[in-house]
Ligand binder design. Sequence first.
Ligand SMILES: [Zn+2]
Ligand SMILES: [Zn+2]
Length: 351
Amino acid sequence: METDYIAEICDFIVTVTDKMLKKYPDIDKERVYCNLGNLKILYDTGMLSYAEVSSDMILSISQNNANILTTLQGEDGFTRVMTHEIMHILQIGCGCEEIENCGRRAGISVFWEDFTLNTADWTWMVEGSAERNMCTLTGGDAVTYQYKIDYLCSMTMSVPLRNGVKADTMETLCFKSDPEALFEAFGCKNEAERDELLNMMITLQVLQMQPKSFHAAYTERTGVDLFEDEEAMNEFSYSLKPAVCLSLSKEFYENLAAFVNENGISVNDMFFLINLFEGQLNGHLNYTVESKKEINEPFIKGYTAIKAAFFEALEKENAESTLTPFTVRTILPPQERGFITPSFRRYRMKS
Ligand SMILES: [Zn+2]
Ligand SMILES: [Zn+2]
């Protein structure tokens, strides 16, 4: 009976792994086989989650919780949870990649044991990627981590039309081990651009995972323990979003400008992309909601400036064409347009 259960789980792991290796031939097979060789399965553990894979390759399954999930969501619920866990087997660094002081590595996310603040530990991305990969593979909805998936999608949308970047590039970065892959996807050209991207990744980690080490440092500096005050924690977390969205916006316009330079784009397509991108950011910031107006202000100001710079450059580049000013419909409500209007004064090239 128990042997059957384990055999079924093993069979499922092999099937999913096989599909993924075929779909993504770049995944380091040696590492995956090594992880599979070391995998231990504990199938009757008491824990809060349904199943989890630890960095030392122990797959723990709570049969009790799994049964509850199956009752709630059908067989498919547990299949999706298991598929997510198998993605971790493909992400986690294997035992023969011993790196000094490295406590845990999954994809391009690394946890160093000798640092108090781990700024390269991007578990939000590891989890969001595993769930997103699960969705793509099974065609099912996310069981958890929807916000993390949303940020991954925003990252994808901030590098539109970039050479080599595909719809699933962001969530497959965690199948690689070289962080350069992240800089490459965003086309970082210098230290400043890399720093900005790193800052964004760390900010997302703080926002999405609330790491204890960060909050201990925060308490030490400010005297405020955010874990003690839910309202303050919510406000603090939200206040991180404008900065993240601004970084994404810089990436978006930089990459759009590069594409316009190299390939050209129709005005319609350009505005379509801009609208899509603004709608995506609105998912994080709700800039149409009155109560968020004040906290979103740094974003609105910064975004207006970035957008204005983009259109100014575009206008200069196209000095010889006849440019006719026109205003496009914005996704902002009238009361917000007051201070955003200047950047929405667009120019259309007469064809
Ligand atoms: Zn190995
Ligand atoms: Zn996970």
